[in-house]
Write a protein that binds this ligand. Structure first.
Ligand SMILES: Cc1ncc(COP(=O)(O)O)c(C=O)c1O
Length: 217
């Protein structure tokens, strides 16, 4: 008999969190004007806003922190990380950033120019923020099914290719880049998982103007 999957680790440390009642949550949400960013994290029992840096670390990760070389420049830990990333991805140049939002800031400082149109499939909030703070425009080209919260379809993160093509045609020479979300852990404003159809990126690449837009950048 094949046994069900079971985790091959023990969790050594716990952080207490508070449970709440439905009435409390409704009150807090109303006080926050339904804006989850206005909620105190103490009010949130299951927080899906990001998973980055919020999970449990293994004993080896904690131990590695103690062994780490914290030198300001030329740190041994950096070279260790860089070599591992290069080995895994094949990329020779690596800029470490502490989180996704910081990586966007670095990348967009190069990619996004004022006035650019940046189409995307439901831009993550910080993605949109980094685009707009550079005086560019984040245009959502997600399939319309994504907006129906009651509709059950397997993929809500797909790009609407017609919408995208229209934007590319109407904004020739001004489409900065294409933030394409891969399998996404969460989409906080829709509060439901969404990911790209496995075939979908191939359809996207098949769209000729997209390549032009990328080359022009
Ligand atoms: C495009 C993008 N930017 C930013 C984030 C947020 O990540 P972090 O919490 O590491 O900043 C995510 C998380 O899924 C993301 O997909």
């Amino acid at each position: 008999m094949e046994l069900p999957f079971a985790e091959a680790w023990k969790i050594k440390m716990v952080e207490p969190i508070k449970k709440s009642t439905r009435e409390q949550r409704e009150k807090w949400l109303n006080e926050a004007h339904q804006n989850v960013f206005m909620l105190k994290s103490d009010y949130v029992y299951i927080d899906l806003l990001t998973d980055s840096g919020t999970g449990a670390m293994s004993d080896r990760q904690w131990a590695a922190m103690m062994m780490g070389d914290e030198s300001y420049g030329g740190a041994r830990s950096f070279y260790h990380m860089k070599d591992t990333i290069t080995e895994l991805t094949g990329f020779e140049y690596v800029i470490p950033t502490h989180q996704g939002r910081a990586a966007e800031n670095v990348l967009f400082s190069y990619l996004v120019k004022p006035g650019n149109i940046i189409p995307g499939n439901a831009h993550f909030d910080t993605t949109k923020g980094h685009i707009e703070s550079r005086k560019a425009f984040a245009i959502d080209v997600t399939v319309k099914e994504a907006y129906d919260t009651q509709l059950e379809v397997p993929f809500k993160g797909n790009v609407d290719l017609e919408k995208l093509e229209k934007i590319l045609k109407e904004n020739k020479g001004n489409v900065g880049q294409r933030p394409l979300h891969g399998p996404h852990r969460h989409q906080q404003h829709r509060r439901r998982p969404a990911r790209l159809d496995a075939e979908h990126p191939r359809d996207l690449r098949a769209l000729p103007p997209l390549w032009c837009a990328r080359q022009r950048r």
